[in-house]
Write a new protein. Structure first.
Length: 630
């Protein structure tokens, strides 16, 4: 009962924080249930206009069109749900659903799963929801939906999912069009996963709607999304009738398109010249474009990656190891493929299909075949990965301009981390880092303002990096590293997050850069130095390995703390303009004897009343007194 009372209290707090939101109370899709608000019932309630009386346990007076799901829970659907009104669906967390106090967006999502053989959602403002009462129009009421000039007051609805993941039926085919979504309005997904969608067109999403300047356009926006294991004949991730999608800061991997003339991102019809011009500007700035793919990692997909038509921008992407590359068909030159890493994608990274496409529209890329354009650089025989495969551990002792794809604890999705190889004599030797468009080339498209992780790129455009990730060097706000030990224990800590995007220098490079170690000992990785704080002698021995593992062994059983600074040099800092190449990391090791203290004045069992029992009794009193209050 005490636990129940605490939960009620938390719900009261959450209710104040999310006043008016519709909370889904069951993970099942039981349409006969009328008291527990399911996801289907919550959406039907919004479709009905959110009446004050509520609907099947959902909503009521002052309800808003925000639907809340619980993190790490799977909500099952037997058949698709129709959405006809604007709605936001997001994930909320509590102490029972979040494994740590630091929540990384996208890592503890609620999951919506299709257990039948259907897509998950159809988004259509003009769709007919059978649960919505039919209201007859007064015969005297004029129809104002179509003005005399032929335009329409009709407006697309916005359907937004935040920190929600989606799993399709996982079999061929979940639906002919859209294995997860059929969209006729505006679909926005942030920090979500799109998985196991199967369809003839649009394995994950089918975006329907041809261009009409007098009607609203449908749109798909994917921001910080992982799209994986989706399959279609055409458009494994998105099939759209016109170029009405944007993908930003996302990861696209392991998707399959089976039609050789199609692509993972497929488009049915191109815009004509007048429309392409109207939808963009001639300015070589990213703000002129709202369609395309940028700041995104794309790898291990089967089939062409994307069709690139007029009005689209492909900028700062890392596209590696796909079976085919980009299909570029933009005869009016209102499209760009720029500032990207485009390597090892079948027989050609870029296939230009329009003879009139200007070289400047493809610029400043690192490529294998076909993307030379202007200011491009061929990879040639240079080693791509510091490791044995496209995904896995980074061998920091070997050559390679990128680490294999990996996930990192501080970010939502993984990426290929650029490296400043140990063999580089200067930063100019890198084909990736500080390889932005030259300042005199005003006609070349600029880099995107921030990278896949949201880290800001330099204001000086020639210093931005090719690809989705901007190599960062930061010595600000470095956290203190340390552990609390008992007698006889040792500490093991990891440096990678503190090192930003660098690797520790190898000992032989320390010798070349700094000469002999002043201590008389051989250099350790990172040219590591220990600076004691507070004028106190060292109380332990520290060693560091090449992968950034730090081990500390106390010199005996002392009680107190050992406070010192660990200084290291990384591959990024050795080319830094600062006076010292060292990064300083505060370290605090605390050691104490085992706690054998036992408080015998208050018993927790037996004949006396323990603190736990008193707490339970107090909780019961509070719960009884305030049972119906928040």
């Amino acid at each position: 009962m005490l636990k129940q009372g605490i939960v009620l209290g938390l719900l009261c707090i959450a209710g104040h924080a999310y006043s008016g939101a519709i909370v889904v109370k069951t993970t099942e899709d039981n349409d006969s249930e009328t008291s527990q608000c399911s996801l289907r019932h919550a959406i039907e309630y919004v479709n009905q206009g959110m009446p004050e009386a509520g609907y099947k346990g959902c909503g009521g007076k002052d309800a808003t069109n925000v639907i809340q799901l619980t993190g790490n829970q799977t909500y099952k659907l037997n058949k698709q749900i129709l959405i006809t009104k604007a709605v936001t669906i997001n994930t909320i967390y509590d102490a029972n659903t979040t494994p740590s106090t630091e929540v990384i967006p996208g890592q503890n999502n609620a999951v919506i799963q299709m257990v039948g053989k259907d897509r998950l959602f159809t988004i259509d403002r003009k769709g007919i929801d059978p649960t919505v009462p039919v209201v007859s129009k007064d015969a005297t009421e004029s129809d104002t939906s179509t003005p005399s000039d032929g335009s329409t007051t009709d407006a697309a609805i916005s359907v937004q999912f935040s920190e929600v993941s989606f799993q399709g039926c996982g079999q061929a085919n979940c639906a002919d069009k859209g294995g997860l979504f059929l969209n006729r309005d505006q679909l926005i997904i942030k920090y979500g996963k799109l998985e196991k969608g199967y369809a003839v067109q649009g394995g994950a999403i089918y975006n329907e709607g041809l261009y009409d300047e007098k009607k609203p356009l449908s749109l798909v926006s994917l921001q910080n999304v992982l799209a994986q294991n989706n399959t279609a004949q055409q458009g494994a991730v998105i099939y759209t009738q016109i170029a009405q999608y944007v993908v930003n800061s996302s990861v696209i991997r392991d998707n399959t398109v089976t039609d050789n003339n199609s692509a993972v991102f497929d488009i049915e019809v191109a815009f004509d010249e007048a429309t392409s011009k109207a939808l963009t500007t001639s300015s070589a700035t990213t703000s002129a474009y709202s369609r395309g793919i940028w700041n995104t990692t794309i790898f291990k997909n089967t089939g062409h990656v994307a069709k690139v038509f007029d009005s689209m921008l492909v900028n700062n992407i890392t596209m590696i190891g796909n079976s085919a590359g980009l299909m570029i068909n933009a005869p009016f030159n209102y499209s760009y493929v720029v500032n990207s890493i485009l390597v090892q994608n079948g027989s050609a990274d870029c296939e230009v299909q329009s003879a009139d496409f200007k070289a400047d529209q493809i610029s400043n890329n690192l490529y294998s075949v076909g993307c030379a354009g202007t200011n491009g650089q061929a990879i040639g025989s240079a080693k791509l990965f510091a490791g044995s495969s496209i995904e896995g551990e980074c061998d920091v002792t070997s050559e390679g301009m990128l680490c294999p794809f990996a996930n990192y604890s501080s970010t939502t999705w993984g990426y290929f981390r650029p490296r400043l190889s140990l063999s580089y004599k200067s930063i100019a030797d890198s084909p990736i880092v500080n390889k932005g468009p030259p300042p005199e080339a005003l006609d070349l498209m600029r880099c995107v303002a921030s990278d896949q992780r949201g880290k800001k790129r330099p204001d000086d455009q020639q210093l931005c990096d090719r690809g989705a990730i901007e190599l960062t060097v930061s010595t600000d706000n470095i956290p203190t590293m340390g552990e609390d030990l008992l007698y006889g224990e040792t500490a093991t800590m990891k440096l990678p997050d503190i090192l930003s995007d660098g690797d520790l220098l190898m000992p032989e490079q320390c010798q070349s850069l700094l000469g002999d170690n002043p201590t008389g000992k051989p250099w350790e990785p990172g040219c590591a130095k220990i600076i004691q704080r507070n004028a106190t002698p060292s109380k332990g021995t520290m060693t560091i390995s090449q992968d950034g593992t730090v081990k500390y062994v106390p010199n005996g059983n002392w009680h107190g703390s050992d406070e010192f600074d660990l200084q290291v040099i990384t591959t990024t800092m050795r080319f830094n303009d600062s006076k010292s190449p060292y990064i300083t990391i505060p370290v605090n090791i605390v050691q104490a004897p085992p706690n054998t203290f036992e408080n015998k004045s208050v018993k927790t069992s037996g004949g006396s009343v323990g603190i736990g029992a008193l707490s339970i009794l107090f909780g019961l009193i509070v719960l009884r007194r305030y049972k119906v209050k928040c």
